[in-house]
Design a protein around this ligand. Structure first.
Ligand code: TXA
Ligand code: MG
Length: 320
């Protein structure tokens, strides 16, 4: 199917209350009309996602926020101006009309304008903003290709729009504004340094509440089936000699350990390339029935912060 036709087909399904996967620059999303609570409920069901975990609403134009939020504080406006369309989500006070199922009953709503022409057109043709959690079963790695979605959710959803591999590869950066001072809820595709260069200091202390504000912040999340540990100490490695171990390396590794398989995120040591390859590389390792995956730690600057965040959560040890 040609793109235009595929988009028209998908938009028709969305209008009728169906659900399907759409490409973004970060990861693939599982879309439904944000104003159709039944369709949104099906998204939760298909993902196996707990209902206390609110969804991001995707818009095609900044003006679309008028239907969704009460007000946009000026630092939020500045970020939207600089990074939209792009991997930035802002959390703002919601309008009454936004269904509670979308926000898990919170007074705030997360919104973003993704950078992918097919999805922007899908939102326009569908005539409604789209909820879009990552299109993976809850707790598993986010999909960065249409094939990833097809394998895990293909038979449970109504369409998959194939927009090629995701350019950024880690989810959007989430900054909340509804409590006043800006707060980082999830590091992601826009580095914290770039956010702070526009609006100054952002609170990065994790939110401790019974309802996690961003369950991407749950301790065990983005996890493969294979146990994953971060960093290897050459002293402990030899004790694993009889085990099947995979290595997730940042650059070409210098190791004599007989790894079963090695995935290199970026030969030239480029963070952008590493982020774009991250989830697909972990998926490939996860498919090999290894006893363990060892992931190299990388510097936590720029996109390195989001990459290390995802690696820690995949390993079940969220904080350094
Ligand atoms: O890059 C992305 O953001 C991708 C693509 C598809 O757009 N979407 C994505 O959605 O990562 P999801 O559902 O996997 O993660 C959304 C995160 C969750 O951790 C959720 O808790 C948080 O956003 N969130 C949503 N609404 C919120 C709210 N009102 N307050 C705080 N956190 C919120
Ligand atoms: Mg997710």
């Amino acid at each position: 199917m040609k793109n235009a036709e595929a988009i028209r087909h998908a938009a028709g399904i969305i209008k009728k209350g169906g659900i399907g996967a759409f490409p973004t620059e970060t990861v693939y999303g599982l879309g439904a009309n944000a104003f159709n609570p039944l369709a949104v409920a099906r998204v939760f069901e298909v993902k196996g996602r707990p209902s206390f975990d609110p969804l991001i609403i995707h818009v095609a134009h900044p003006q679309d926020l008028e239907r969704l939020v009460k007000e946009i504080p000026s630092p939020a406006k500045k970020l939207m101006k600089r990074f939209w369309p792009g991997p930035l989500t802002v959390v703002l006070l919601k309008k009454e009309e936004v269904p509670d199922i979308v926000t898990a009953g919170l007074p705030s709503v997360a919104v973003r304008m993704p950078k992918h022409p097919m999805t922007l057109r899908l939102i326009d043709e569908g005539g409604c903003p789209l909820v879009g959690p990552s299109a993976n079963p809850f707790g598993y790695l986010s999909p960065t290709t249409a094939e990833h979605v097809r394998k895990q959710l293909g038979d449970q959803i109504d369409f998959i729009l194939d927009g090629g591999p995701c350019e950024v590869g880690v989810e959007s950066t989430i900054v909340s504004f509804h409590e006043g001072a800006p707060r980082l809820l999830r590091p992601g595709g826009v580095p914290l340094e770039e956010v702070e260069s526009i609006i100054g200091k952002v609170d990065i202390t994790p939110v401790e509440k019974e309802k996690p504000l961003a369950p991407g912040m749950l301790p065990k999340h983005y996890a493969p089936r294979t146990p994953i540990i971060i960093d290897h100490h050459d002293k402990t490695l030899p004790t694993y000699r009889d085990k099947k171990i995979g290595l997730l390396a940042f650059q070409d590794p210098t190791t004599s350990f007989p790894f079963q398989h090695i995935e290199v995120l970026s030969k030239k040591g480029d963070m952008k390339e590493a982020a774009a390859n991250l989830f697909a590389a972990i998926r490939r390792l996860d498919a090999l029935n290894l006893d363990m995956i060892i992931a190299e730690a990388i510097p936590e600057v720029g996109l390195g912060r989001a990459i290390m965040d995802r690696l820690r959560r995949a390993s079940g040890v969220p904080h350094p």
